[in-house]
Design a protein around this ligand. Sequence first.
Ligand SMILES: [Fe+2]
Ligand SMILES: [Fe+2]
Length: 302
Amino acid sequence: MPDEVRQGKSTTDEHLIRDLAYQTVDRGNFHAMMDVDRYDNRTRDYDEIISATHDHFWDPNDESYIDFSQPFDMDPEYLMLPRRIRELRGPMLKRLDEGQQIKLGNEIMHWQIFNIIHGEQGALNLSTSLAEILLGAGAQEYATNQAGEEARHVAGFYHYKRDRWGMAYPIGDVLGDLLDNLIKTPVVYKNMVGMQMLLEGLAMGAFPNLRKHARDSVLRRPLLLFMTGEAFDHKFGKIWTDKTICNLSGVECDRVEGWPAECLEFLLFHFVKIRQKLMVYEHFGLDWEWVRDAVRETYNDT
Ligand SMILES: [Fe+2]
Ligand SMILES: [Fe+2]
C-alpha cells in the first residue's frame, strides 16, 4: 500500500478504532478503497443484518405497503391521543374552544412529524458519511444499506405529511443542533455512538410510543415499518460496540460513555422547549411565552 494511502487511515486514538473491520480513512481518500488487501479483510459480522435487508424492504411509493391516500378527517378528530399533548391542559382549555383545541393538537403533531422527517434526513446524511469513511467492506456495505433505508423513511414520512398538510416546518433548534454536531464531528466513535446508539435508540423509543397513541391508521402503518428498519440500524451500532468497548482502557471507556450521556442530558433538558414551536402557536394567536407559562402551571417540578 502506498505511504500516502496508509497515512490516510484514521487509526489515531482519537477515533478509538480497535478492529480492522471498523477502520476508517479520511473523507475523500478514494485510493485507500482501492487497496487490494482491503477486500480480504472484510468482516462477516454484518452478513446477517445485510442479508436481512430484503426481508424488511418496503416501498413508500407502493400503496400495497401503505396507502397514504386513505382519508382522515382532522377537523373533528385528534391525530394523537390528546392527553399525550402537554399543551392541551390547564389554562389552554379555557383559552381555546374544543374545535381549536383539536386544531392545535393536530398542528403540534404536524410540527412533530416534520421534525421526524428532518431527523430521518440527519440519519441519511450520517449513514452516507459513515459509508464514505469506513474502510471495512462489510461495515461499508451495511452503512450504504442503511442510507437507502433512511431515504425510504424520509420519503415515507414526507408522503404522510404531503397528504395531511401542505406546509413544512423548519427543524427545531435542539434536534437541529444535535444533528449538525453529529454530522460535522470528525471523530469516528462519536459518529458511531451518536448515530447508531443515540439517535437510533431515540427512534426505537419514540416510534412505538407514537404508534401506540396515534389515531390515524395511515400513520401507524409506516411507524411499524420504520421501527423494523431502526432496530437493524441499532444492531449495526451494537455490533460495533461489542467489538470496540471491551478493547478500550478505562479512560477511553469513560470518554465513549460520557459523551452520549452529555448529549442525552442536553436532550432531556432542552428537547421539550416550548419556544421551538412558536410558529405553531402563532397560527392560534398564542404567544409562546404564555404557552410556556401555561404548561408550567400544569407540569411543575413535582
Ligand atoms: Fe430512519
Ligand atoms: Fe435508522
